[in-house]
Structures are given as C-alpha cells and as structure tokens.
Write a protein that binds this ligand. Structure first.
Ligand SMILES: Cc1cc2nc3c(=O)[nH]c(=O)nc-3n(C[C@H](O)[C@H](O)[C@H](O)COP(=O)(O)OP(=O)(O)OC[C@H]3O[C@@H](n4cnc5c(N)ncnc54)[C@H](O)[C@@H]3O)c2cc1C
Length: 604
C-alpha cells in the first residue's frame, strides 16, 4: 500500500539507524520502553491518523468554523476525532505519567507526532496546546496551580492557548497594553484586548486556560515590565470545581488563507471588569516564562511545516507514479510509443528528488534537535547538559524558520507535480500550500528568527556553541570519507561547512560594526545558507550509513531504500549546495543597497 503522511521506512531509518533511539531504553527513565514498544506505539499512531484524522483534514477545511454570540463551533467531524484522541491518551506523550503523560522520549514522540499532526494538525493542535500551557505551570507554577490545572491540560480535557499579540503589539510584544491590577485576595484583575489567538475559543473542551501576558499597574514599559497570568475561561475554584464564566469573551474569528479549521480569535479580557488571573511565577518574569513555551512552540511550528512537506511529497510521489501523460524523452517523435507515468520525465524526477531531499533532510534535522533535548534532560554532567542545550538553543530558530520556508516550497512543488489538478480543490495539495504558509509567520516571523540567530545565538558562549556545532558536521564528513565512493561528496560538504564558518565570522563582525544594519539585512539569507548546510550534513550522514549497509549486504527489500539515500545526497550536494555557496558570497559582500535605498526610491 502506498505510504501516506510519512514514510515509515524513513522514520525507522532516522530513529534506529541514524539516531539509535533503542539505546534510550538503557536509561533508567525509559527502562519500561524498548524498540518493540516504540514500534507498536508508532504503528498505532499511524493507524489512528490514517483512519480517523486524515479524513477530517479536507472536510475541516471546507466546513470551517462557525462563530455566533461569542462561541466558536469547530467542524462537526472534529468531535469524534477529538474524543478518540483523548481516549487514546495521545496528547502528552512526553510528560510525566504523574500528571497524565506517557513519559516517552522526545524523538519517539516526534515519530508518533508525524502521523498525528500530519493527519490533521488542526485537530491535534486543539489538544496539543494544553501541553505548552501545562509545561509552564509544571515548571513555574505553585503546587496548587499544578494540582488545579496540570492534569486537565496534559490530558487535553481543557484547552490551552498563548495570549501575547495585540493590534499594536505583534513582533514587538513589549508594546502590549493589557493590564493587571492587584486584588486583596492575591488574584489580579485583567483588562485588555488580544488578537490572533489560536484556539482562543472553541467547543471541544469544557474549559480553556489562557496564559496571558500583561503589565501590572506601575511596572516598567517594554518587555521588562511584563508578567504572565493564568486566566481560565471558566473560573476554577480552589477545590478544582468550575465556577462562573471569567469575563473572557471571544469577539470574533479571522477569515484566513489556510488552517480554516483552527480558530484564530479576538479576545476581550475584562470587558465587564470581572476577569481574574493568577500570577504565574514571579512578577515581571512574564517574557522569560513565556519564552520557555515559545521555544517549544517554535520547534513545534517547524515540525508542523515539515509535516505538511512530508505529506505533500508522498501525495506528489504517488500521483506521479499513476498519472499517465506524455512519452519517454527517448521515444522522440514516435507517436506509436506508449504514454508513460509522469515520474519517468526528467523534469518531474528533478522536482520529486528535490522534494525528497528536503523532506529527508528536515526529518533527520528535527529528530536530531529532539535528540539534543533528550540528551540535555538525561545528561549526567553539567558540561554535557550545556553542550546539548547549546545545540538546541542554536538550532531552534533554524527548525522554525528554515523548515517553514522549505516546507512551504515543497508544498508548492507538489502542486507543480500535479499540474492543473494540483491547483483544484478536488486534490489535496493546494490545501497544504495554504495551510503551510502560516508557519513562516506565527511564533515570531521568520525574519525575527533570523535576527535571533544572528543577534543572540551565533555569539552564545563567545561563539563556542557554533564552533562545536561545525565540529559535529566535520565528524560526519570524516565518517563519510572513510568510504571512497562518498569521498567526493564529503569534500563538497567540508568545503561548504568551512565556508559557513567564514561567512558567520564575516556577518558577525559586520553586525558589530557601523554596517550593522546591512548585516541584519542578510540575517535571513544567513539562516537559509546555514539551513542548507544542515541539509547537506544530514543527507551525507544518511548516505554514509546507507553505503555501510549496502557494503555489508542488506535485506533485498532495503536495497532501493539505501540506494535512494545515496542518490538523494548526491542530488542535493551537487545540484543545490553550489547555489548555497553563491549565496554565501553575497552575504560576505554585505552590499548595503537594501538599507541605503531611500524610502522614496522604492517607488510606488
Ligand atoms: C493564524 C494566526 C495565528 C496566530 N496565533 C497566535 C496566538 O495563538 N497567540 C498570539 O499571541 N499570537 C498569535 N498570532 C500572532 C502572530 O504571532 C503575529 O502575527 C506575528 O508575531 C507577527 O506580528 P504582526 O502580525 O503584528 O506583524 P508585524 O510585527 O507587524 O510584522 C510585519 C512584518 O515586519 C517584520 N518586522 C516586524 N518587526 C521587525 C523588526 N524589529 N525587525 C525586522 N523585521 C520586523 C516582520 O518580520 C514581518 O515581516 C497568530 C497569527 C496568525 C496569523
């Protein structure tokens, strides 16, 4: 049967052959798991996703949301899927079982997530956002807050959100005006208007817990003066029972380009002066606490984009194998020659292999970052913890922004493979393009991610994290070079990684000079070339493992898979990576036109 959503053979390759996930069961924390259990859970997730979630994907898009009298109704078919999601306890795979989680390692939950989120991101996100809210409560909340909220959030009986954005405070969160006034009982009265709030209101759960950024009256302007509050839609009494509605009103939902089934809400807090919130953590620590969730959410958004790409690739691949059109190029003008499936045309193969390269590369990359998080948590020394935390911090803006960009490109390419059929709603890929676009915008636009990379992440630990990261790539170059057949590819990747080091040094210096504005105009191109080098690294790593297997004599059914790994690396490194080197030259030149051109000279 054709693979849908994600290629299971490839997931297994990344988990077990590249990242050795089964070794996790040797660690005390994961001793109840082994490869057989991991496999079983992933298979169950796939069955659930294909049978129950995927059919709701197009239906949810077409039916959309209904808004009336402050209430949002999700598409009808979401209700059963959501019930099954809760029944199957799929919402908090990594969390502590004491709070309703499954206690699984990150990378295995990523494999499960590929199917679930790939099946229908919107349904999953209604259940999954409680995880982010809950995580902040688990780390920064009081014991009472944990007991009141945590289990309900992790098990998705209650929804979670994140309330940052206001009309005048988008990328510049510090400009927010929502206020918090102290009450004698220790709660705060919250007043303000938030916009663009994902899942801010819906009818899937009896309650929604909103983490709200607001400024306590008298606190300083900007991000420094921001605190964070837990604001339940329905007040939660001290004994855990539900109280009165908490003056949290959805005033409207957005009509959007994509993700039609995901409610994007305007929320009025305290319109009647009766909205209460509980301070989470310390006063004025709101940004620090929210960042904890946002970093996770940024990884989640990159993962979301990758899911769309993986799904789009498999749709396009299956279509290309079935669609008969045109004759083999070698048939020339012979009208007697039979028509062939479009996968036989060189240009279609170019598109498919480019898509495969990004999907495979992104899968390895996002799982690698998941493994860094696992290693950070399992570290037995401070040095080890710092090493993996450093990698995760450095790579988070890349997972978010690079996957958002390339994920979108892959979806667009899928439409191209389908031709006219890709452009019509009868086929699934146009929805993937529309849905994927949001990933480059929310959780901090890709431009903001690039500034984070250049302005903060490159210089972490005086640049040592970045240097160590380049060293990780060099290790794979050395491994690949052990095999003569891959030596050429290894040389190309080595040249690219060395050049990336030079480019980073150059843009870093420019960013600290009088040319800093020009340097920041190249922040995103820098993020892109770093992402490309990461793709080359991951694909070379895959090719090196595949070469070893082919030399050792693989199972017959694996030969095509391993040969595919080598061809994919060859394609990316010889065809796409040279353009990356050209872009690197542009970054080093650091031409100032984008900042020097006057506003009038833009024309219009
Ligand atoms: C569907 C959807 C769901 C959302 N969900 C949520 C949610 O759940 N919770 C929430 O709080 N918010 C949410 N948002 C808001 C989202 O995070 C913001 O839209 C995003 O951060 C950008 O803010 P903005 O739209 O005001 O754009 P702006 O901040 O006005 O940005 C416009 C452009 O200018 C660029 N820009 C802005 N400032 C700078 C700068 N200093 N340097 C360089 N470039 C800059 C941006 O990169 C962008 O290209 C959602 C938005 C959408 C569309």
């Amino acid at each position: 049967m054709a693979q849908v959503i994600a290629d299971r053979r490839d997931i297994d390759f990344v988990l077990y052959e590249q990242l050795k996930a089964e070794e996790l069961s040797q660690v005390d924390r994961y001793k109840d798991f082994n490869k057989k259990v991991f496999d079983m859970i992933i298979t169950e997730a796939r069955n659930f996703a294909v049978k129950e979630l995927l059919p709701t994907f197009a239906e949810g898009d077409r039916e959309g949301l209904r808004f009336a009298n402050g209430q949002v109704n999700v598409p009808e078919c979401f209700h059963r899927a959501y019930e099954l999601l809760l029944e199957g306890e799929w919402t908090s795979l990594m969390e502590d079982p004491a709070w309703g989680g499954q206690g699984m390692p990150t990378i295995v939950s990523q494999a499960v997530g590929e199917y679930l989120y790939g099946g229908n991101w919107a349904v999953m996100n209604y259940g999954g956002m409680g995880h982010g809210t809950g995580k902040m409560v688990e780390i920064f909340g009081t014991q009472q807050q944990k007991e009141l909220f945590l289990k309900k959030l992790y098990t998705a009986q209650w929804g979670g959100t994140m309330l940052l954005t206001e009309p005048q405070a988008g990328s510049d969160v510090g400009a927010l005006t929502t206020s918090a006034a102290r009450n004698p009982d220790g709660t705060f009265t919250i007043t303000g208007n938030k916009i663009f709030i994902t899942n801010g209101e819906h009818d899937l759960t009896e309650n929604i817990i909103h983490p709200v950024l607001a400024r306590i009256e008298g606190d300083s302007p900007g991000t420094k003066g921001i605190s964070i509050f837990l604001v339940p839609k329905i007040w939660v009494n001290a004994d855990g029972s539900l109280g009165d509605p908490n003056d949290v009103v959805c005033t409207g939902i957005e009509e959007k380009m994509g993700i039609h089934a995901s409610a994007t809400c305007s929320i009025a807090l305290g319109g009647k002066g009766q909205c209460r919130g509980l301070l989470l953590g310390e006063e004025c620590q709101g940004m620090k606490i929210m960042f904890y969730m946002m970093n996770e959410a940024r990884l989640g958004v990159g993962f979301q984009a990758f899911n769309y790409a993986s799904t789009a690739y498999l749709y396009a691949l299956n279509y290309a194998r079935e669609r008969i059109q045109g004759r083999d190029l070698a048939a020339g003008k012979d009208l007697e020659a039979p028509q062939v499936p479009i996968i036989q045309h060189p240009d279609v193969r170019r598109m498919l292999l480019g898509m495969k390269a990004y999907v495979d590369g992104m899968r390895s990359f996002v799982y690698y970052v998941g493994q860094c998080l696992d290693r950070e948590h399992l570290a037995t020394s401070e040095d080890e913890r710092a090493l993996y935390k450093g990698y995760a911090d450095l790579l988070t803006p890349l997972v978010k922004a690079y996957c958002a960009q390339r994920g979108f490109d892959v979806c667009v390419q899928a439409v191209q493979v389908y031709g006219g059929y890709g452009y019509v709603k009868e086929y699934p890929v146009e929805q993937l393009v529309r849905d994927c676009k949001i990933t480059s915008i929310y959780e901090g636009t890709d431009g903001i991610q690039a500034m984070d990379l250049l302005g903060r992440k490159l210089g972490m630990a005086k640049g040592q994290v970045f240097i160590n990261f380049l060293g990780e790539i060099q290790k794979i170059v050395a491994m690949a070079r052990q095999n003569n057949e891959l030596a050429g590819l290894a040389d190309e990747v080595e040249a690219a990684v060395n050049r990336l080091g030079e480019v980073a040094m150059s843009i870093g210096q420019n960013a600290m000079s009088s040319r800093f504005k020009s340097a920041f105009a190249f922040a995103f191109p820098f993020l892109e070339v770093m992402g490309d080098v990461i793709m080359a690294w991951m694909l070379l790593w895959r090719a090196a493992l595949a070469r070893q297997q082919l030399t050792a004599g693989p199972r017959k059914k694996d030969i095509d898979f391993y040969e595919g790994q080598i061809k994919t690396a060859e394609f990316f490194i010889h065809t796409i990576l040279p353009t990356t080197l050209g872009k690197m030259n542009g970054i080093v030149k650091c031409n100032g036109a984008a900042v020097e051109i006057s506003e009038a000279a833009f024309g219009g």
